[in-house]
Design a protein around this ligand. Structure first.
Ligand SMILES: [Zn+2]
Length: 323
C-alpha cells in the first residue's frame, strides 16, 4: 500500500523532493496503524484524522546547525536557509546526533521538533532499586534494605491549579475574562509538573547509580483493565505515571543505569521465601502461614518487584510461585 501511494503521490507532485513523499507515506502508515490499534479496542472514530498540520522530515530534507542557529530545508526551489530560535533545553544537545524531525504549524508559529540521539553504554546492574510511584510520595527501596522516601507535593500543585481553573471558569461564564486564560494556566501546570518530574528523576537516578539498576512497574496490563481505577487509587494520574517513568528511563540510560519494567501482579500478596499466598496479620502486616515469614505489605511488594527484576536479568533467586 505504501509503495502504491508513493507512486501516485510521485505523479501528483513531480516537483517535490522525493523524500517528502516518502516521509508522508511513513507518517500516514504510522497514523493508520495506531488508528487500527485503537479501533480494535473500540476507542477510535470512523476515520483516522490529521489533527495538526505536520510534515515529517528525514535527514535528506533538513540540516540543523545549532551552533549558528540555522536550519536548511529542501524545497522544490533548492535549499532554503532559515533562522532557528531554539527552545530552552537545546544547549544539552549540541554534540548529539540529529535524527528525524517534524515541522509543526501552530497558532504561535512554525516549530521544528527534532529528535536527538546519543550512544550510551549501559552497564551490567549489580542490583535494582525498586521505585514505587505515588501521587504525593515516591518510595525507593534499596537492595541493602533501606528505604528512601521523597515527598513530591504533586497533589498540592494539582489541587492548586484545579482551584485556579474553577475560579477562571466562573469568571469566563460571567464574561469577565477570556477563555485563553484557561489554556495559559493549563500550560503552566504542565510545565510545573514537568520540571518537578525532571528533578524527581534526577534524584532517583542519583540514588540508583550505585547499584546500576532501576525496577519500575509495568502497568500496561493494569491500565487497560477495569481494575484500573481501584488499583490506581491514591497513585499517580495515568498521564503522570507514564511521563515520569519515561523521564526516569531516559535519564537512567544517560548515566548507564539499566531500567527494567516488571509486571507487578501479585507482588504484594505472595511470600518471597516460599511463594505461597500471604495472610493479613493485623494492620499492614502480612504473614506466611506456610513458612512463618512476616513483613509490612509495602516491603513485601518492593522485595518481590526487585526479585522479579533480578530474575528478568537472569539471576534465579525466586521462589517457584513467583517465577
Ligand atoms: Zn512463605
Amino acid at each position: 500500500m505504501k509503495k502504491e501511494t508513493y507512486k501516485s503521490l510521485r505523479k501528483e507532485y513531480p516537483e517535490l523532493p522525493s523524500h517528502y513523499l516518502y516521509t508522508a507515506c511513513q507518517m500516514a502508515t504510522a497514523i493508520f496503524k495506531s488508528f487500527r490499534k485503537r479501533r480494535k479496542k473500540g476507542k477510535a472514530k470512523e476515520k483516522p484524522i490529521f489533527k495538526k498540520e505536520v510534515m515529517m522530515l528525514d535527514d535528506h530534507l533538513f540540516k540543523l546547525d545549532l551552533e549558528n542557529k540555522i536550519t536548511k530545508l529542501s524545497t522544490p526551489n533548492g535549499r532554503v536557509q532559515l533562522e532557528v530560535y531554539p527552545a530552552k533545553y537545546h544547549e544539552k544537545f549540541k554534540d548529539w546526533k540529529v535524527g528525524q524531525a517534524w515541522l509543526v504549524k501552530t497558532p504561535k508559529g512554525v516549530f521544528l521538533n527534532v529528535v536527538f540521539s546519543k550512544e550510551v553504554e549501559v552497564k551490567e546492574p549489580k542490583s535494582f532499586v525498586d521505585v514505587d510511584l505515588n501521587e504525593n510520595n515516591i518510595t525507593l527501596s534499596l537492595p541493602n534494605g533501606e528505604f528512601v522516601q521523597i515527598i513530591t507535593h504533586e497533589r498540592e500543585i494539582r489541587t492548586g491549579y484545579f482551584v485556579k481553573r474553577r475560579r477562571i471558569q466562573q469568571k469566563i461564564r460571567a464574561g469577565k475574562v477570556r477563555r485563553e486564560l484557561l489554556e495559559k494556566y493549563g500550560e503552566r501546570e504542565k510545565n510545573r509538573l514537568n520540571d518537578l518530574y525532571h528533578k524527581l528523576a534526577n534524584k532517583i537516578v542519583e540514588v540508583a547509580e550505585k547499584y546500576g539498576g532501576i525496577a519500575l512497574e509495568d502497568l500496561t496490563e493494569i491500565m487497560e483493565s477495569i481494575r484500573y481505577s481501584a488499583e490506581m487509587n491514591g497513585r499517580l494520574h495515568r498521564w503522570s505515571f507514564r511521563k515520569l517513568q519515561s523521564i526516569i528511563e531516559y535519564k537512567a540510560k544517560l548515566r548507564g543505569v539499566r531500567v527494567v519494567f516488571v509486571n507487578p501482579a501479585y507482588t504484594s500478596s505472595l511470600c518471597q521465601i516460599c511463594g505461597r499466598k500471604l495472610s493479613p496479620n493485623g494492620g499492614r502486616v502480612l504473614k506466611c502461614l506456610n513458612c512463618g515469614f512476616e513483613a509490612d505489605r509495602d516491603v513485601v511488594g518492593s522485595w518481590n518487584i526487585r526479585l522479579r527484576a533480578l530474575k528478568m536479568w537472569g539471576v534465579s533467586v525466586l521462589p517457584k510461585a513467583l517465577q
